[in-house]
Write a protein of this length. Structure first.
Length: 338
């Protein structure tokens, strides 16, 4: 029994050490100020090994073009040693930020998206809608100066083609276009609209609203149950309702054959040395959700760093006690033999 207990303690210790060791798998490039439900919050920006080109300054994130580099993530503060990623709950909430795509052209793809990762996920647990590890994905923005696309993906084969909107010239989006002139910065809003409590429960996803705005003008699209049907479920929107409690925000800037995005006849002309700026990231509670009393997500003490430090110390002390007992028992056994 004592040997079995030691085995369990050793196994638990190895799991903790392997979890903490994953910090060497990531590269922290700095911190960024984010408005988290009207509270200025400092979050880390981190990415995979060898990607130190991502820049941060104040509330601004600068993405370099490199298709071979891993994406950048919004991460928790260093004291949260068990939850690497900043998990956000977004039902009834909006993500809002400003982006400057003026240096991009055909073949560029500036992506800001959300993936559904579990609690305690490490960089090795990454998943998205492309596989091989499937999970739900919300593409807030896949864009360049010629086209802007927002898509939701269910996260498994059979419905993963996605559902959303693609704006390009002459829809009012593009260089010198009448609504969104991509030679200048513009604002992106991606809202998870909950039900009104009548026909749709307040704790259910009603629609996803996409809005681009600039100088008092805007482009808007609403992704609803009726507009995204697929075999196996009534709607993408209904299916994705359960994925809204543990989303991680990811950023990436790549290039290649983006004909599916921009349909440019000139092919890939993405400037090799170009960078993209994303700034003023905000998590906002929608006006219509205030009556449902949804509060910003807080880390329970059970998942906090102090709790797990206490657990670690207790486990270590118990392991020492077990070892001492084993040593005493072995000595007594030897004495009895003698």
């Amino acid at each position: 029994i004592m040997l079995l207990n030691v085995r369990y303690f050793l196994h638990f210790s190895v799991l903790l050490l392997s979890h903490f060791a994953c910090y060497v798998c990531i590269t922290e490039v700095g911190s960024i100020t984010v408005s988290h439900y009207d509270i200025p919050t400092t979050l880390r920006i981190a990415t995979g090994e060898n990607n130190k080109q991502v820049g941060v300054s104040g509330n601004e994130l600068v993405l370099p073009l490199d298709s071979n580099l891993p994406p950048a993530f919004l991460m928790n503060e260093p004291s949260n040693i068990l939850n690497y990623y900043r998990l956000v709950s977004l039902l009834g909430r909006t993500i809002k930020f400003q982006v400057d795509l003026s240096k991009t052209t055909c073949g560029c793809n500036v992506a800001a998206y959300l993936v559904n990762l579990p609690a305690f996920a490490t960089p090795g647990d990454y998943c998205d809608s492309l596989g091989p590890e499937w999970c739900e994905e919300f593409d807030i923005m896949e864009a360049n100066s010629r086209a802007f696309q927002s898509t939701i993906h269910c996260g498994h084969d059979g419905c993963n083609a996605g559902c959303g909107i693609n704006w390009k010239s002459p829809s009012g989006y593009g260089p010198d276009q009448s609504t969104i002139n991509t030679k200048l910065p513009f604002t992106v809003e991606f809202s998870f609209q909950n039900g009104d409590g009548n026909t749709v429960p307040k704790q259910s996803l009603l629609s996803i609203n996409v809005r681009l705005s600039q100088g008092g003008k805007s482009l808007t699209h609403i992704i609803t149950n009726g507009g995204c049907e697929w075999t196996g479920s009534s709607s993408y929107v209904s299916y994705l309702n359960n994925a809204l409690n543990s989303l991680v925000m990811v950023f990436r800037y790549s290039s290649g054959d983006m004909n599916w995005l921009d349909e440019c006849s000139m092919g890939n002309t993405c400037p090799v040395e170009s960078t993209v700026k994303i700034s003023n990231i905000q998590f906002i509670t929608n006006i219509t959700v205030t009556e449902s009393h949804i509060e910003p997500t807080k880390t329970p003490f059970l998942f906090s760093t102090p709790f797990w430090i206490i657990i670690g110390v207790v486990a270590f002390l118990l392991l020492l006690i077990v070892i001492v007992i084993m040593v005493v028992c072995v000595r007594r056994h030897r004495q009895e033999i003698v």
